[in-house]
Write a protein that binds this ligand. Structure first.
Ligand SMILES: Nc1ncnc2c1ncn2[C@@H]1O[C@H](COP(=O)(O)OP(=O)(O)OP(=O)(O)O)[C@@H](O)[C@H]1O
Length: 118
């Protein structure tokens, strides 16, 4: 149990670093919070919204980790460093696009109904 708590502490430190250093991570946390609160408000299913948020935030942290490793091993510019960073950024972009589609599909209809637009 103590070892698990120590590991969880390191993991939380990683999340704190992401929050402190990555503007995109802060934006995604904010948008995710808005999406979850909206889902609660319009009584939409929470699971797909939470999964989409988790996917985006997890990939953003992995992207941050990969950027740190690339900067460590390849401080000078290198084509493979570019491939690694661009691919990781592409993964985040794909997850964000999927999250927007999930949000529109899950939150859109009940939100329009709640606002009296349908
Ligand atoms: N060592 C490198 N070699 C080659 N290209 C690089 C290298 N470092 C960065 N790049 C290029 O510059 C882009 C931006 O890299 P950078 O490390 O500034 O990340 P970023 O997208 O600004 O992320 P963040 O703002 O989260 O730090 C990369 O996607 C890549 O195309």
């Amino acid at each position: 149990m103590r070892r698990w708590l120590v590991s969880a502490g390191f993991a939380l430190a990683g999340i704190r670093y992401g929050w402190a250093s990555q503007r995109n991570f802060r934006i995604e946390v904010t948008l995710g919070t808005v999406a979850v609160l909206t889902a609660v408000w319009v009584r939409a299913p929470l699971a797909p919204v939470l999964l989409a948020c988790g996917l985006v935030l997890s990939l953003e942290l992995l992207n941050t980790a990969l950027e740190a490793v690339v900067d460590l091993v390849s401080p000078d510019r290198h084509p493979l460093a570019k491939v690694a960073k661009d691919a990781a950024a592409g993964a985040v972009l794909l997850a964000c696009a999927a999250a927007v589609l999930v949000g529109a599909d899950v939150l859109g209809p009940p939100l329009l109904h709640r606002l009296g637009l349908t």
